[in-house]
Design a binder for this molecule. Sequence first.
Ligand code: DHB
Ligand code: MG
Length: 221
Amino acid sequence: MSNDLFERVDAYIDGLFAPSDAMLDGAVARSRAAEMPEIQISAGQGKLLYLLAKLIGARRILELGTLAGYSTIWLARALPPGGRVVTMEFSAAHAEVARQNFAAAGLVDRIEVIVGAALESLPGLVARREPLFDMVFIDADKNNYPAYLDLVVPLTRPGGLILADNVIRSGKVLVAGSTDAQVAGAAAFNSKLAADARLEAIVLQQVGVKGHDGLAVGRVR
Ligand code: DHB
Ligand code: MG
């Protein structure tokens, strides 16, 4: 079966279950206009995150890697009134585009953008002593995924979800000792997630408009 078929089936599924709208199209258009990398999650992946957030009744969501805020919009739309997404973005330029997208989407009151390296921002978030998060979505630099996992587990409530994008990388995680830091980070993350007694987890293999990759889904015991 060809990638082309997987992409067409993805388009079919997204057309039925995650049709685009002005809010999401506007976010993608502003991302393109700012010449940002088009590596946001697909519409179908957004719908999955949205459904998972609703299924667990998520009120507080943490995201690592805002990019232009496409996934953040999906997550914010799953929240009940008073809910909140805290999203961390390394690039100030990307965060600025994301803020414009949240303003255009009317979601500013539900989303907090924290600019800087998440490894440095996360201790500050811990120090705020806010209620635990119901859900965490990791979609940032893959080399730091293992460190992110250690930092976010204590921030997530029992029964909460920890998700991570791009953990299969076209199957490159099968090659032991990869010299690609992104691939090695994803592989180390998967091993760590599987072995962590605080969590029960699985990786969903995904093919389609984003190529061949995987989404990790973990539940805090
Ligand atoms: C890349 C990063 C992503 O988060 C993604 O979804 C796809 C690709 C990348 O850095 O190549
Ligand atoms: Mg990603």
